[in-house]
Design a protein around this ligand. Sequence first.
Ligand code: SF4
Length: 335
Amino acid sequence: MINHLITQKNWQTQLSEAITSVDELLSILELEDLKSTTYFPKHFVLRVPRAFVAKMTVGDGNDPLLRQVLPDEQEQIKVTGYVADPLAENSHNPVKGMLHKYESRVLLTLTSACAIHCRYCFRQHFDYSANMPTATAQADIIDYITANPEINEVILSGGDPLNVTNRRLFAWLEILEAIPQLTIIRLHTRLPIVIPERLDDELIMRLAKSRCQIVMVVHCNHANEIDETTARALNKTRLAGITLLNQTVLLSGINDSTAVQVALSQRLFSAGVLPYYLHVLDKVAGAAHFDSDEHSACTLYWSLLAALPGYLVPKLVRELPNRPFKVPVDIYKSS
Ligand code: SF4
């Protein structure tokens, strides 16, 4: 824990003060030697909030949180099968700013911005400029949902939907709550994990009084990401009646062991969050070095079934292009 990086600043200030310099990050962590294996990408640059860096261990080049954010020269290796748009999302947006892949749910990309840049992100090459909802698209989105009565849930995504101001987020909530067929609004966000102050009272009170059920799916890959401040913020959110779930990406050398996954599930539960999905990595260009083979994933999963109560075992899934649901990985092939 790096105490001097822990701060009481509000979330907007913490966002603006995120570290974007590899030199600064390596200097804070006393890891200047790593510079030789680091790469300085022009697109998808380093970005990491100081509160997240505070959870890393000084002097540990293999810190599981550091490895998720430090650009690595391996990202430049072209590997067959790893592509820019692994989920073919660009072919599922009937209206600008909206994806419709799953029957009863649509996803809105509220912003292209994230508080943190995760090196394995499947949307790192996504063309956000062509996919942000404009003022005119808002009306098209409402019309589209209304014309498709099977849609009962809207997923707010991004980027990170909590990266926008409360004012803008609340305006979207009002628009969606006014559509009678919608019963659930879901937020997919990593912000509460990397800047827990984002769960401010104004936000929680607004979510708690929504006409719709609110589900917040956070994204956390390792127990070290949940310190006391993060756990307090998540528990406060749960006590306000918000359903909290977590999705994790299986990352080679970071969280692909039984001990790490067990600790993650237990830590999530103590913070009021239920494990939801354990995703096999989407095959995005530049992230092949994070992938683990399916047999190892299944072996890990069998060990989790033995080690954890069922309610703490996330579903092991893979997302495939043009499938209308997340596909459960067939663990019996490796039993
Ligand atoms: S927070 Fe989510 S969308 Fe943003 S870079 Fe990380 S994985 Fe991608």
